[in-house]
Design a protein. Sequence first.
Length: 268
Amino acid sequence: MSATQRGRGRPREAGSNTATAKVLEKGLIVLKELAKHEGISLHDLALDLDWPQSTVHRLLDTLGGQGFVTQSKLDSTWSIGVECFRVGASFPRAAKLMDLARPILRNLSQETGETANLGILDKRDVVFIAQHETDHAIRAFFRPGTRASWHASGIGKAIAASLPLDQRLMLFKSVSYDRFTDVTLTERAEFESEFILIRERGIAIDNEERFEGMRCIAAPVYGATGEVIAGISISGPVARVRDETLEPLIKSTRIAAFHLSKGLGART
């Protein structure tokens, strides 16, 4: 059957996705088996898995190329690579961030009367990972896992302004600068000017840049090595987050970020 006759193409795509998922599953099985040994030969690993050596070798080569497995130069045995440690180490760090953030978010929300949020930067998006809602009927709500473009987010701008220059430049190139409201920033020069102010004040403000009628005040959160790892914010309607109430809200948000950073080992 020709490609033209096949036409719709969905079965091929589905089959390709299924095959990819199976390869990924096998790769994870290899990692789990390797984790049981300090070092194991290709022959023995294939025997343990009851797979052809050629299949296991291809998987090891792929995993080795990404640093997840390594082969000894002395006896050619295979073992878990440093990349597995790096990825695994991120789990307790994320868990610690969440554990420390929950009471801080609750206190921030109760103190300000607004919804408090915790978010991280994932490529060009902010991902909201925790929230404590206010009791007000009109309030901001970001379900954990919700994504938002960094350029129209208080947390996104707070994190972006605190990144090293090379990472900021990559971020500038990655975003499409969609205009969500009449005041959404869409020019790199606008961000560079605002980033200077954000770094000076330690705070970023989303002034109805994502949703009309909603404001967000955000501050960066730092880890033990001094890198920005998250952002904490409060968000609410402009009817409550007014110009005359900004300074105490800014202070509370900045203090919350300070305590979270300190809990994570940052030198504050």
